[in-house]
Design a protein. Structure first.
Lengths: 207, 671
């Protein structure tokens, strides 16, 4: 099983509610921002769409953090969630170097790393992760197995040319340079579809 | 597991959403979770980042927990006990009244926190003998009046019907950033096949998700609306049956449309003629179609007439009184609380000035002049038109008292700053303006430190002056129950388990096609508008005095917009570190063409100025804004934010005493 996140790039408005919900849920553990929102094309150049990548740990199938950890602080659970065990952490920061996504973050006050644990306790209790529960547009969702919802290809998506909404592994701004097989899937914008549809409709209606 | 309790409450900010909230607190009194209240079917099971930030704001290190008194004439404040603070405030207020009369005291309440108890300040001021207050509103009054003149009431469909729409036009509004719960419902409609058109001079998160984006010049919306109407009528797509039964003055309106051939409308608005016709025909042919207008197109001197022109489109196409259709501007269904019991108004001693012209009136009022100010729930020193003049006027007063949770720019000008409660520290009833719900604001925590709810502060002020204090509640719940409308008098307990839907008409506004206007019909021609506001009975397009085509544009050629986004409500929330972590930058958005001709490069420091003021900030070149228009986010929250209201003026909307923030010409130059 590969637990992870689905992000609908059409519904996400980059509001940051997920970031704040993560801080409420985990704020007593860390001051680090485990979840971040990366805006793309905020200058809104006409050549491309503006969208937002809400990212945290991707609970990879081949977690670089785990591979790079000399003290065995990382655990890959059977459901796919990657847990960092703080009590085993040396604070050597190797995982910070090996993770290509910047998920593990160093807490200088306590001398250890920390990262998103996919709200494992909430998930175990049948609840959505805090970021997912808070998303006001329901753009971010949790999947117990992202592959059962993944109809997309391995090829990076060319969002401009998309004509149907489908899940993608990679979009401009998000790739997998180290072969970690991250468990984040994107539902790509269908706005251009609707635009095309509207144009077709309008063409028929034009007097 | 620690013992947790979850309390239902409501966010009282000046925001469309007015979210129902479920706040979970642990046994140490810490907020461990904030969720949306699913019983509020408009906002659903989520709040927004601002609602979530209350977990930080409630115990934020910068929060004021004790009264402060200015040290001498310097910038520093010292903590002072309540007794001493109120005694000195009372003494100084008394001297102002003795020297100049009660109206020399200005009582200013902003929109920072909604609740019925805020009105109790008047129990003091009326016994004080009067004061100067404000009327009108900075935000939305022209659109309210335009809607009332057209349909008779500010009501609209329950938001949960939005997904039933097949075509949604969002006009002068950016729900993806400022009404995110509406946005969820619009996305749901899109997912079900609806077409979304957005009309905005800027590219925004809303326009980027739209199928169609029309970008008119600011201030030309009336022309665009009349052009759309012309195209609809020319194609014979107006709803003749609806108009025959429910329209008043349609013939006069139809005659007016002769003045708006599409070529002329395209020239005025800067919108392509074919795009206008295409949208018009789609709107004329698609039912149900929903028209959602924001506040953005009514922040100028032609606001009311523009809004009337736009508001008539749903009636023209018969999109009124049906699920998935309608005109959506404001829903005041929940605004039906009984007026507070208050002492009688002292005859002739209450004076009021339009809130949009506060600076000018503070400067010029005479007999008596303003000598003292008490400011609650507002931040006029930065959020008002002509804000630097408001600051100057406040600095010259004998006494300024500001009640707030934080040391805002207004508070820094005060002689006394009194610590305000948060939304979690006093019960109240909260109305809304997008959904029909009345909601209960729960008291979850005792006020920390020396914080007192304002209702207690006013009671103590009454005691200082020996005034009658029986107006103040001893039992807030019982007192608030008396404010409920008669039909719901016993609903105070219900409010603890769910919000109260006060629409009275079901989910569909005007389903019975009864319009409480003078004619009982939708008024395409409004004699009342002409009589009350001196405007044309049938709306037309009149260029802005300070618009793109005015002579003033020779000196200041760029139209300046100061819009809102998702991470703050005006000057609230942006001070919190959590929110700063996700905020949008306060830069000036300028089109590359406008930048090139001024030698402005991306990331350069620039001056933005006119004859009212000047600000300096960083330029962001973006094709996402219309050439001829520049934009800076409003809302002063922390150092580095833009003092946008140094540029804005104190104009009044053509109806209902609104502000004209978006009628503002500027020039930009590289530094």
């Amino acid at each position: 099983m590969s637990a992870g996140f689905l992000l609908d790039l059409h519904r996400c408005v980059g509001c940051g509610a997920c970031v704040l919900a993560c801080r409420i849920e985990n704020g007593r553990v860390t001051t680090a921002a485990w979840r971040r929102v990366l805006p793309l094309n905020l200058r809104r150049y006409d050549a491309g769409p503006t969208y937002f990548l809400s990212v945290a740990c991707h609970h990879c199938d081949e977690p670089a953090c785990l591979r790079g950890c000399p003290s065995g602080a990382y655990e890959k659970r059977p459901d796919g969630i990657v847990i960092h065990h703080e009590e085993r952490c040396l604070g050597c920061r190797y995982c910070e170097m090996t993770c290509p996504f910047g998920a593990p973050q160093y807490d200088a006050n306590r001398g250890v790393m920390s990262k998103c644990h996919l709200c494992a306790r909430r998930v175990d209790a049948g609840r959505a992760p805090a970021c997912v529960a808070a998303c006001p547009t329901e753009a971010l969702t949790f999947a117990a197995d992202v592959d059962t919802v993944n109809a997309g290809s391995e090829e990076p998506a060319d969002i401009e040319s998309d004509r149907i909404a489908e899940t993608r592994r990679y979009v401009p701004g998000f790739t997998d340079p180290a072969g970690c097989r991250p468990n984040l899937r994107f539902i790509t914008p269908a706005g251009s579809t609707r635009t095309a549809r509207f144009d077709a409709l309008a063409g028929r209606l034009r007097p | 597991m620690p013992a947790l309790r979850t309390i239902r409450t409501v966010c009282p900010r000046n925001c469309y959403c007015t979210c129902g909230m479920l706040v979970t607190v642990d046994e140490r009194g810490q907020i461990v979770e904030i969720d949306g209240d699913p019983e509020n079917t408009a906002t659903g099971g989520h709040v927004c980042l601002k609602g979530l930030s209350y977990a930080r704001r409630q115990t934020y290190p910068d929060r004021l927990l004790t009264p402060l008194k200015r040290r001498g004439d310097g910038p520093a404040f010292d903590p002072v006990p309540w007794d001493a603070a109120l005694q000195e405030i009372a003494d100084r207020l008394g001297r102002v009244r003795d020297g100049h009369g009660p109206a020399a005291a200005l009582y200013y309440e902003g929109s920072g926190s909604h609740g019925a108890l805020g009105g109790l300040a008047m129990a003091f001021w009326r016994q004080f003998g009067g004061c100067t207050t404000t009327y009108g509103d900075l935000c939305w009054p022209a659109g309210l009046e335009a809607t009332r003149l057209t349909y008779g009431a500010n009501l609209h469909n329950h938001p949960r019907l939005t997904p039933e729409s097949r075509l949604i036009i969002v006009w002068g509004h950016n729900p993806a950033e400022t009404n995110v719960h509406q946005w969820r419902l619009i996305l749901d409609a899109q997912a079900r096949g609806a077409t979304l058109a957005v009309i905005d001079p800027r590219r925004t998160d809303s326009t980027d998700a739209a199928d169609v984006h029309l970008r008119p010049r600011p201030g030309t919306d009336a022309a665009l609306a009349l052009g759309l109407a012309r195209a609809i009528v020319d194609a014979n797509l107006h709803d003749t049956a609806f108009l025959a039964a429910h329209a008043h003055g349609f013939d006069a309106y139809r005659a007016r449309l002769a003045d708006y051939p599409l070529a002329k409308v395209a020239e005025i608005t800067g919108v392509d003629e074919a795009a206008i016709r295409t949208l018009a025909i789609s709107y004329g042919r698609t039912k149900p179609a929903l028209l959602i207008a924001g506040f953005g197109l009514q922040r100028h001197t032609r606001a009311g007439q523009s809004m009337r022109a736009v508001a008539l489109l749903p009636a023209l196409t018969g999109n009124v009184g049906l699920a998935g259709g309608g005109w959506q501007y404001a829903n005041l269904a929940s605004h039906c609380l009984t007026p507070l019991p208050l002492p009688p108004e002292p005859p002739g001693m209450m004076r009021a000035v339009p809130v949009s012209q506060l600076a000018g009136h503070m400067e010029s009022l005479d007999a008596p002049p303003i000598r003292a100010a008490w400011i609650e729930r507002g931040n006029p020193a930065v959020q008002h038109p002509a804000a630097p003049r408001v600051r100057h006027a406040l600095s010259a007063l004998d006494l300024v008292v500001v009640v707030d949770q934080f040391l805002t720019p207004t508070a820094t000008l005060a002689d006394f700053v009194l610590p305000a409660k948060t939304l979690f520290e006093e019960e109240d009833l909260v109305t809304a303006y997008w959904h029909p719900y009345l909601q209960w604001r729960a008291r979850i925590f005792d006020p920390p430190g020396d914080v007192k709810p304002e209702s207690d502060v006013w009671r103590l002020m009454c005691e200082r002056f020996g005034f009658d204090t029986h107006w103040f509640p001893s039992d807030r719940r019982a007192w608030l129950q008396e404010l409920l409308p008669d039909a719901h008098r016993h609903a105070i307990d219900v409010l603890r388990s769910r919000p109260l839907d006060l629409s009275g008409h079901g989910d569909i506004a005007f389903a019975d096609r009864r319009f409480p206007t003078p004619s009982g019909r939708v008024e395409f021609e409004s004699a009342e508008a002409a009589a009350r506001w001196g405007v044309e009975a049938v709306p037309s397009y009149v260029p802005l005095d300070e618009g793109h085509a005015s002579t003033r544009a020779g000196r200041f050629p760029l139209q300046f917009l100061s819009c809102k986004t998702r991470d703050r409500i005006h000057s609230q929330f942006g001070n919190l570190d959590w929110v700063r972590g996700v905020e949008r930058p306060h830069v000036v958005d300028i089109h590359p063409e406008d930048a090139r001709s001024r030698g402005v490069t991306d990331g350069a420091r620039v001056a933005v100025w006119n004859d009212r003021g000047r600000i300096e900030l960083t330029a962001r070149l973006t094709p996402g804004i219309r050439p001829g228009v520049v934009h800076v986010l409003e809302g002063w929250c922390h150092e580095g934010d833009a003092d946008v209201n140094a540029l804005t003026g104190e104009g009044l909307t053509d109806m209902n005493h609104g502000a004209t923030f978006y009628e503002c010409l500027v020039e930009v130059a590289a530094l």
